[in-house]
Design a protein. Structure first.
Length: 322
């Protein structure tokens, strides 16, 4: 780069080591640009974040593409949450595909236009994940706690309308992040994550409580549809705790850290857990499926047998002894 430029770097980017909306001036006439700029002494968290982002490219993109293919394959018998799941998977594919471009732009292109496009993808990741997960929780919440109302809201037009609202909010936030320079803009993201986290925890806790009450004396005396809903909300709750709890637990206490520690340790670690949700979310969805439509049963049995060798061994021993 042969220019002085001020860029707002977001910790969800490849240089995720710098704080959200932090202004950094790159003057290559003074020194060469480094991915660890300002954090040379605290680079462990940066490497952690970069490692997880690489996993998103290697595993997350194929997994999300498989989720989209399965949703298209099952379009004749869709679930009410499929639209939200599909949009979430598409956004994660888009975000993951920008990671190689980030590396190329950092070390080869040095293009301001490409960097602005990358910043837009950061905003998409920041917003689409929490909002679409909140929509899925809302859908399950109404279905379990208010089944009559849910029956009245089953037409897809309601979900399309809510999806359009989420997309408008996502693109508005992403555009603002791309333009940059807005005062206290990072507080918008912090407030969004706190609100989404609180909503999803309360929503899922309520659903799990109602589903647990609906059980009979035996553990299996629960309606199959409710059992499916139970597995879905439990998996979403695990995603919420693993991917969003670090952000919620660390970011509100920014004033308790020194600027360097917060910028080079706290933010990279917090955003790393958020970034890896692009891989965890599709894998959790695929793990809930009874059968993958694009793989033969022999491949699935061979794959699952690798993870259950002890069960197969015990079964064979019992058959021999009998």
């Amino acid at each position: 780069m042969n220019m002085d430029s001020t860029f707002a770097l977001n910790s969800t980017s490849v240089p995720a080591q710098l704080p959200l909306n932090t202004t950094v001036r790159f003057n290559t006439s003074l020194k060469s640009f480094s991915v660890f700029d300002g954090c040379e002494k605290y680079f462990e968290a940066i490497l952690f974040d970069l490692t997880l982002q690489s996993i998103n490219v290697i595993i997350g993109i194929p997994a999300n593409l498989l989720v989209i293919a399965i949703l298209i394959h099952n379009r004749k018998e869709p679930s009410t949450s499929d639209l939200y799941l599909g949009c979430l998977a598409f956004m994660d594919v888009y975000f993951g595909s920008m990671t190689p471009l980030s590396f190329l732009n950092l070390y080869v292109w040095h293009s301001k236009e490409v960097w602005e496009a990358i910043k837009f993808s950061f905003g998409v990741k920041d917003t689409s994940g929490p909002l679409f997960l909140s929509c899925i929780c809302l859908d399950r919440f109404i279905a379990v706690l208010f089944p009559i109302t849910f029956g009245q809201l089953k037409p897809i037009k309601y979900r399309i309308s809510l999806t359009m609202v989420v997309l408008c909010l996502t693109f508005a936030y992403s555009t603002a992040k791309m333009v940059g320079g807005l005062p206290n803009f990072e507080k918008v993201f912090t407030g969004e994550v706190l609100a989404a986290f609180a909503w999803m925890v309360v929503c899922n806790a309520s659903i799990l409580w109602v589903l647990k009450k609906s059980r009979g004396a035996g553990k299996d005396d629960i309606h199959p549809m409710k059992k499916k809903a139970f597995k879905m909300v439990l998996s979403i709750l695990c995603i919420i705790v693993f991917n969003y709890l670090p952000l919620v637990a660390l970011f509100p206490f920014e004033d308790h850290y020194t600027p360097d520690v917060f910028r080079c340790y706290v933010q990279p670690v917090g955003f790393a857990f958020l970034n890896i949700s692009s891989t965890i979310q599709p894998l959790v969805y695929l793990s809930r499926l009874d059968k993958l439509p694009f793989l033969p049963d022999s491949c699935i049995k061979k794959f699952t047998s690798c993870f259950t060798p002890e069960i197969n061994k015990n079964t064979s021993a019992q058959a021999t002894s009998s």
